[in-house]
Design a protein around this ligand. Structure first.
Ligand SMILES: [Zn+2]
Length: 355
């Protein structure tokens, strides 16, 4: 039943060793005030960075909220994606019609690739409420928007009629990416960015971010549990721009202002109705990570999740590490429900069976 690809497995062990090493919590306390910024960096700080509201201000909304049905789970920032076919009504609370239309048209770009409709409303209930204001660019993530009172905004855009077209495009695509359930790409669990932490803290302190907030929004990856993701996409509109001066090895990400190929592909998969249901029913308490159709998903004990699939030719790999990281490959059929069970007393010996 098991088909180990040893070369692949060994490469993964090596990659994950590096990943886990980079994910260790850095206990070093640093002074944030010693780095001198270039004018270009200061300008970028002011207009480039967004934070997601569930971790930011307005209220103390918890990541754990949103107890969706099983159908709603199994997605995205896991459990935050809307159902396939969702109509997202967008209501603007202020701003000129010119600015509103620009933002709305950029936002609708997502619907070219995801099975959702994004419509503008001027009255009545709405899923997304946009306000142009001076508190930065930010948004709630996916279905968390449903937890916000209709009288309150769910998204802030620090844009004006004088904002550059690229700023409007970037902010609109990025924040509506959050509204569709996407998290920050630089926090992809596969990202292994060599941050120069004292400089990073100093950089973001310029816009009033605490070290804790920088850790939450910039440095820490999402971890395997809450994320559902592809490989790390440095071209994603959901990544922060990262100047090389903030990393120890010259790594940088430009200010992406368009949807990347992988942004389009991933959102398409996450809103596709072609999915396979998988349940973690193995006799181990730890998480199990699966990989199918280019998307990596981690299941907690007893969790049921829907993962994007193809109608034919699916290869699903199961990976878990307690007894040494190994992948096992299985070939599930679309339209069938599956569970992961223990094949023997060896915790590492897992198999996929029909549920
Ligand atoms: Zn953001």
């Amino acid at each position: 039943m098991k088909n180990f690809n040893f070369i692949f497995a060994m490469a993964f062990v090596a990659a994950l060793t590096v990943l886990f090493a980079s994910c260790k919590k850095d206990m070093i306390e640093t002074s944030p005030a010693e780095y001198v910024f270039t004018p270009e960096e200061l300008a970028e700080i002011n207009e480039n960075f967004c934070s997601t509201m569930d971790e930011y201000d307005f209220n103390d909304h918890s990541e754990e909220a949103g107890n969706g049905s099983v159908e709603e789970r199994g997605t995205g920032a896991k459990g935050k994606f809307w159902p396939a076919g969702q109509v997202l009504r967008v209501r603007f609370q202020n701003g000129s019609s010119t600015l509103q239309n620009k933002v709305f048209n950029y936002a609708k770009t997502w619907a070219n690739y995801a099975n959702v409709s994004i419509v503008k409303v001027t009255s009545g209930n709405s899923e997304i409420r946009v306000k142009f204001g001076t508190v930065g660019n930010n948004s709630y993530v996916g279905t968390d928007n449903l937890n916000i009172a209709q009288s309150l905004q769910t998204m802030n855009l620090e844009l004006t009629d004088n904002s550059s077209e690229s700023s409007i495009r970037r902010a609109s695509l990025h924040e509506f990416g959050h509204a569709l359930g996407l998290k920050h790409e630089h926090q992809n669990p596969y990202a292994s960015i060599s941050w120069d932490k004292p400089k990073v803290y100093a950089y973001f302190a310029q816009q009033g971010w605490s070290q804790q907030k920088v850790d939450e929004q910039v440095i820490n990856t999402l971890g395997w549990g809450p994320a559902q993701h592809t490989s790390f996409d440095v071209q994603s509109v959901m990544a922060y721009s990262i100047p090389a001066s903030l990393t120890t090895n010259g790594f940088s990400i430009p200010w992406n202002t368009e949807l990347s190929a992988l942004d389009k592909e991933f959102i398409g998969k996450m809103y596709s109705g072609v999915r396979i249901r998988v349940r973690h029913a193995a006799n181990i308490n730890g998480n199990i990570t699966i990989y199918l159709n280019g998307v990596t998903t981690t299941l907690t004990k007893n969790e049921t999740i829907y993962v994007p699939a193809k109608t034919t030719g699916n290869t699903l790999q199961i990976w878990e590490c307690p007894s040494g990281c190994m992948w096992s490959s299985f070939y599930p059929s679309y339209g069938t429900k599956y569970k992961i069970v223990s094949a023997s007393n060896n915790a590492n010996d897992l198999k996929l069976v029909q549920d």
